[in-house]
Design a protein around this ligand. Structure first.
Ligand code: NDP
Length: 452
């Protein structure tokens, strides 16, 4: 199919994607953003359209959907659905997190696996794209229930993964506890102690700084963005959504770099602390969420100067920098306008696809610094790649060594965004830069490997 203009390419291609994947709105949204960035390039590189590179990229190499039966603490049989979407292995073994959340469905898995392919290409490391998960939520479950679920999930998944085939990691609802249970079951079934999962504990194959990596990497990337305008985190007011892995370590690093972090949230509401979160308060949040598995409203009971806003998101609080770190589609167009009206000049995504298309349009039209998650949150998977390397050479690096590598990788990703995303007026379109840089790397590998 030949297209004569970028607009007709986007329209024609998206028409086919929507018809072929009905009802998968998150997947359509993720593909549409990428195709919109690539259209100009594809029009002048028609051989890529001839070889149907884009059509192949939106068709997962393999999807596994499976039943996950388990028994809860009251003796009831429970059934969940498990997924692994192995999207693209052109540049390395499949790699991407596992999400346990009640909202998980095929559309969300496919959007995340699609994004992951581009993100992994940006890291400079040899990793293909995948994502997996289940509509099981660990929230409100006992440790024993979480373990039984993880064991049942891995009993099926183990057939499809392997250290040179597919290496899963954590994501929403999958932290150190879940990775431990999943790894233990894999080891038992395969009789193999290998690097088949990343995010492992430090004394059983994990990498220093893997828990910190997504949040720290996000801040290193944001530092680079701010530097393009001669600015830094110093003295900036930062709003963060989420209170999980990414949010906690984003808050920690932003604080260390001199910012004042004033919000955190969960799916029930957000807290606003006008004094900002210091090291002690951040430690409290880590303990609250990771050990006691509490809710963010408890922060306002512990620190009475903070306010809790139920059923609300933090984007109405004035800030210089907004860092969404919870989930997809958590900033809409109206919230984007509010952020800008209140003086926000930088939005750096920690979550995957947290901004709706209308919000992205607002950020781009107003010319603020805006980075898509696939670039700015790539530090997590990059450090997973470093964990794979350490597992292969059977060595563990020091935290300083890993931190240096992480900083270098985030700098390189930023440079790639600049290379492919710089506009004639000197501004940087990070969406275009990230999509084009990731696409070219994967497309070249696909072309070289023939029609597979
Ligand atoms: P966690 O499970 O550790 O934390 C998720 C946080 O987001 C929790 O506070 C949770 O609140 C909140 N949240 C989840 N779903 C919703 C929702 N529908 N509405 C409002 N709040 C919600 O996950 P992570 O921190 O690991 O992941 C956060 C984001 O970062 C995700 O988009 C993930 O894909 C992305 N990401 C994660 C990486 C990692 O290394 N972990 C790497 C790259 C990206 P509650 O407790 O109420 O559910």
């Amino acid at each position: 199919m030949y297209y004569h203009s970028p607009e007709s390419l986007v329209q024609g291609f998206m028409g086919e994607v929507i018809a072929r994947n009905p009802g998968e709105k998150e997947f359509h949204q993720a593909v549409s953003e990428v195709v919109g960035s690539l259209a100009d390039y594809l029009i002048v590189h028609p051989h890529l359209m001839d070889r149907k590179i884009l059509e192949r990229m939106v068709e997962p190499e393999r999807i596994i959907i499976f039943r996950v039966p388990w028994i809860d603490d009251s003796g009831q049989v429970r059934i969940n659905r498990g997924f692994r979407v192995q999207m693209n292995s052109a540049i390395g073994p499949y790699k991407g997190g596992i999400r346990f959340h009640e909202s998980v469905n095929l559309s969300i898995m496919k959007f995340l696996a699609f994004e992951q392919t581009f993100k992994n290409a940006l890291t400079t490391l040899p990793m293909g794209g995948a994502k997996g998960g289940s509509d099981f939520s660990p929230r409100g479950k006992s440790d024993a229930e979480v373990m039984k679920f993880c064991q049942s999930f891995m009993t099926e998944l183990q057939r499809h993964i392997g250290k040179d085939t597919d290496v899963p990691a954590g994501d929403i609802g999958v932290g150190g506890r879940e990775i431990g249970y999943l790894f233990g079951q894999y080891k038992r079934l395969q009789n193999e102690f290998g690097g088949v999962l990343t995010g492992k504990g430090l004394n059983w194959g994990g990498s220093p700084l893997r828990p910190e990596a997504t949040g720290y990497g996000l801040c290193y990337f944001t530092e680079q963005m701010l530097a393009t305008r001669g600015e830094s985190f110093e003295g900036k007011v930062v709003t963060i959504s989420g209170a999980g892995n990414v949010a906690q370590f984003t808050a920690e690093k932003a604080f260390q770099l001199g910012a004042k972090v004033v919000t955190l949230s969960d799916s029930n509401g957000f807290i606003y602390d006008p004094d900002g979160l210091d090291a002690e308060k951040i430690e409290y949040v880590k303990e609250l969420k990771n050990i006691y598995r509490g809710r963010i409203r408890e922060y306002a009971q512990k620190y009475p100067k903070a306010q809790y806003f139920p059923d609300a998101r933090p984007w109405g609080i004035p800030c210089d920098i907004a860092m969404p770190c919870a989930t997809q589609n958590e900033i809409n167009e109206a919230e984007a306008k509010t952020l800008i009206a209140n003086g926000c000049t930088c939005v750096a995504e920690g979550a995957n696809m947290p901004s709706e298309p209308g919000a992205i349009a607002v950020f781009q039209q107003t010319g603020i610094l805006y980075s898509p998650g696939k670039a700015s949150n790539a530090g997590g998977v990059a450090t997973s790649g470093l964990e794979m390397t350490q597992n292969s050479i059977r060595l563990q690096w020091t935290p300083e060594e890993v931190d240096n590598q992480l900083r270098r990788i985030m700098k390189d990703i930023h440079a790639a965004c600049l290379r492919y995303g710089k506009e004639a007026d000197g501004t940087v379109n990070y969406v275009k830069g990230a999509n084009l840089a990731g696409f070219i790397k994967v497309a070249e590998a696909m072309m070289a490997q023939g029609l597979v």
